[in-house]
Design a protein around this ligand. Structure first.
Ligand code: SF4
Length: 275
């Protein structure tokens, strides 16, 4: 236990930026540990990594880790990340976004980063709600769910983030929950090493503004719900739409080889300007 704590601390700005703002039982910390473990396993140096976020609870993650980091404006993490990858192609560029940040305010940027196939590892932490601003309805809030901005029930259908990103042209699309940590780590590893735009949707729990508001129980109970409602993609392919209703399909949903925008851009620079 001591070893694992000191191992993670190597990557944290523990003497400057803590205590963190996350509520006890929030899933963002589980994702952060998984990301750190994978970065360490792959063997990136701290200087190889650029971690970029927008605004929201998950947007605080880059503040706490000792990489090159940018905490940017709401929904705009991918615009900064695209510029960063084109200007400094040797760096491993990672974005951390929440569901509101990525698919509502930043929805257009998400679609076009996927379409361009920019080499960015994008992690969307989907907790079904706007946590930091007080629990308002987001594009992934389930139909009928009560939130602070939909007290009588949400009337909007849910956006399937993975389908949108796959249809837009991303090279790699996958989903996990924070309960399925070994799978989550495998998917993070694949995304970090993918040549092209790689998006992993991470289903996580907002225990305060979603779980408490909807009386979903303790953080442990919310994670048990993830365990009981997740279906591996291989099994899901054999089921019809009715059987998949309200289920979380986890695993690799798309994995394609295609030229990334960054590679094309480098070729163009060589052809036109011999650089
Ligand atoms: Fe996590 Fe929700 Fe608390 Fe934000 S408000 S830190 S998402 S539990």
């Amino acid at each position: 236990m001591k070893r694992s704590v000191s191992f993670v601390h190597k990557y944290l700005r523990s003497s400057k930026k803590f205590p963190h703002i996350w509520c006890p039982g929030c899933g963002i910390g589980i994702f952060m540990q998984a990301l750190i473990r994978v970065i360490d396993q792959i063997g990136y140096s701290k200087d190889d990594i650029v971690l970029i976020s927008g605004i929201g609870c998950s947007g605080r993650l880059p503040v706490y880790v000792d990489f090159n980091t940018l905490h940017t404006t709401h929904g705009r993490a991918l615009t900064f990340a695209t510029g960063m990858k084109l200007a400094k192609p040797r760096l491993k560029v990672i974005t951390i976004m929440g569901d509101g940040d990525a698919i509502a305010i930043g929805g257009n940027h998400l679609i076009h980063a996927a379409r361009r196939n920019v080499e960015i590892a994008a992690f969307v932490l989907n907790n079904n709600v706007y946590g930091m601003t007080g629990g308002q309805c987001s594009p992934t809030t389930p139909y009928g769910a009560s939130t602070t901005s939909s007290p009588y029930g949400n009337l909007e259908p849910v956006f399937d983030i993975c389908r949108v990103v796959e249809a837009a042209g991303a090279a790699f699309v996958a989903r996990s929950t924070v309960y399925h940590t070994p799978l989550l780590e495998r998917l993070i590893s694949k995304a970090l090493q993918k040549k092209g735009f790689a998006m992993v949707e991470v289903i996580t729990q907002c225990v305060t503004y979603y779980g408490r508001w909807l009386e979903l129980g303790s953080p442990v109970e919310m994670m048990k719900w993830q365990r009981d409602n997740a279906i591996p993609v291989e099994k899901a392919r054999r089921l019809d739409e009715e059987a998949l209703k309200d289920k979380i399909v986890i695993g690799v949903l798309a994995d394609k080889e295609k030229p990334s925008y960054h590679e094309e851009y480098q070729k163009l620079l060589q052809q036109k300007f011999k650089v």
